[in-house]
Write a new protein. Structure first.
Length: 138
């Protein structure tokens, strides 16, 4: 019988993901899920932490919350793209798309944000992450 391997943990461990959100509980849950899925995951809740991670690590994917009291998601996403234009930046939000649709579309059109994902759709975080990273490599 031939073995079929669905995951390649060596490849995943090389893929680095940054989660930027003001909700530490959500960050911790996302980090635990992604770490268990084999990714190297970082958390940031302020600009200093974001800049520290992105200048010290070659981050492949960033999940950034749309609404944070201490951080402007568009501005920090722009800073990330300036440091590494190849980093995929995914805006996440618990708000319905219609609430900030204009802002989201503008940041996507400007190349600041690559995708938008509703937090409710992140119940399959490892699957969505794998799909996004495969899009990035194509």
């Amino acid at each position: 019988m031939k073995a079929i391997f669905l995951d390649n943990p060596v490849r995943k461990k090389d893929q680095k993901i940054l989660i930027i959100d003001d909700d530490i509980t959500l960050c911790s849950v996302f980090k635990d899920i992604l770490d268990q899925s084999g990714y190297q995951t970082f958390i940031a809740q302020n600009e200093e932490d974001v800049l520290s991670v992105i200048t010290q690590q070659s981050v492949d994917l960033v999940y950034v919350d749309l609404e944070m009291p201490q951080l402007n998601s568009s501005a920090i996403s722009n800073r990330i793209k300036k440091v590494n234009p190849n980093t995929m930046v995914v805006l996440i939000s618990g708000y319905h798309l219609g609430v900030a649709e204009g802002e989201i579309k503008a940041t996507i059109e400007d190349g600041i944000i690559d995708r938008f994902v509703d937090k409710g759709d992140l119940c399959n975080l490892p699957g969505i992450t794998a799909k996004l990273l495969s899009e990035r490599s194509n």
